[in-house]
Design a binder for this molecule. Structure first.
Ligand SMILES: *[C@@H]1O[C@H](CO)[C@@H](O)[C@H](O)[C@H]1NC(C)=O
Ligand SMILES: *[C@@H]1O[C@H](CO)[C@@H](O)[C@H](O)[C@H]1NC(C)=O
Ligand SMILES: *[C@@H]1O[C@H](CO)[C@@H](O)[C@H](O)[C@H]1NC(C)=O
Length: 336
């Protein structure tokens, strides 16, 4: 009895002491959640089923990650896959970019069986080597999704895809080089956009009902910050309208105040190629971060063994806005 209680008391004391210490730590804590992938991208949280989705683009894989059980499931499509966007219909129906096509998918994300895939539309027929890249749904479920050409060519566009225009999606920004992160402010009056090689984040005035964007301005430019390197890639926003930007080849996520334009926080990630960010978790206060290792040589892979993994950043003192689910599938193209 005594022998059993003694170690228990010791463990309790150590645990309490550790808790007291960690509760005084004033700063973020980064944790590696998965093994490395080649080109992780497009994290997104579905609050209805409490799962985080992301892709490994060139492998054609879509992953679901359960932060409570740490279980990872995946499906594979035939081609380059990004992004994956949960739909308004139910938690087993998704829209994804597959090469230059938008597809609807039926998949129970707590398993690894792809049940159906249906092509909804194909863009950029004049640029056969381009493919879809980052994209998200707005508060009305319309999809803002961009393409990229072969690296560093301006063959890319940002498209606005709705139920009505899905046969012939509207080009909203062109030319772009590598169309990447998108985000909206809480009031849905501003649209933030990244074309990676510009090294900038731009803000546009945004009309949610018409989907019109206008009056672009620069809110962040990597070149104006000596302490930062790399190109902006994926992006999200928090409840105070600060943007959180992944820096590819920059090894960090930066938090930018979109009013004062100050960089408020630089969070180092143990991977030089940080690709995207999304809020998730029960309180939308965990920042999930994807990364890549595809560009790294053998020596760099040894130096950055976690590069390519999914990470979580805790203790950031803020939270995100809920994910919007996409609403572009109609009755005739619903995956059976
Ligand atoms: C996507 O492109 C790759 C490479 O060209 C090709 O092998 C694959 O079949 C394409 N996928 C679809 C669904 O067309
Ligand atoms: C549904 O979408 C398909 C394209 O995927 C289109 O051909 C059809 O016209 C749409 N139907 C309606 C009712 O909008
Ligand atoms: C975009 O690509 C074009 C064509 O290669 C190039 O001329 C231009 O400088 C690029 N823009 C940026 C910002 O990299």
């Amino acid at each position: 009895m005594f022998f059993r209680q003694y170690p228990f008391t010791l463990v309790t004391l150590i645990t309490l002491t550790a808790f007291n210490v960690s509760s005084k730590v004033d700063g973020p804590c980064v944790r590696q959640l998965t093994q490395p992938f080649e080109l992780g991208e497009a994290p997104t949280w579905d609050d209805r089923i409490k799962l985080l989705y992301f892709v490994d683009i060139l492998a054609g894989n879509i992953y679901s990650y359960d932060p409570v059980t740490t279980i990872l499931n995946s499906i594979q499509l035939d081609g380059d896959v990004t992004p994956v966007v949960p739909t308004v219909h139910d938690t087993h129906v998704f829209v994804a970019g597959l090469n230059r096509s938008l597809v609807a998918i039926r998949w129970d994300p707590k398993g690894s069986k792809l049940q159906a895939v249906a092509t909804l539309t194909t863009v950029a027929k004049q640029f056969p080597t381009s493919r879809f890249n980052d994209g998200k749904a707005d508060a009305q479920g319309k999809l803002w999704i961009g393409t990229m050409g072969p690296e560093n060519t301006n063959l890319a566009s940002l498209y606005l895809i709705t139920k009505e225009n899905i046969e012939n999606p509207k080009v909203v920004i062109a030319p772009a080089n590598i169309s990447n992160g998108v985000a909206w402010n809480k009031a849905n009056t501003k649209f933030f956009y990244i074309d990676s090689p510009t090294r900038q984040v731009r803000v546009y005035d945004f009309d949610l009902n018409s989907g019109e964007i206008s009056n672009p301005k620069v809110v962040f430019d990597v070149r104006e910050h000596d302490e930062l390197t790399g190109n902006p890639d994926g992006m999200t926003i928090d409840e105070d309208d600060n943007i959180w930007v992944a820096l590819n080849e920059g090894g960090a996520v930066v938090k930018v105040d979109t009013n004062s334009l100050d960089v408020l926080h630089v969070i180092a990630i143990p991977a030089s190629d940080v690709t995207s960010v999304a809020w998730g978790g029960d309180n939308l206060d965990v920042l999930f971060v994807t990364s890549a290792r595809i560009r790294l040589n053998a020596e760099e892979r040894r130096q950055q063994p976690a590069a390519g993994s999914l990470f979580a950043v805790y203790n950031l003192g803020t939270r995100g806005l809920p994910t919007h689910y996409v609403d572009v599938i109609n009755d005739t193209n619903f995956p059976a």
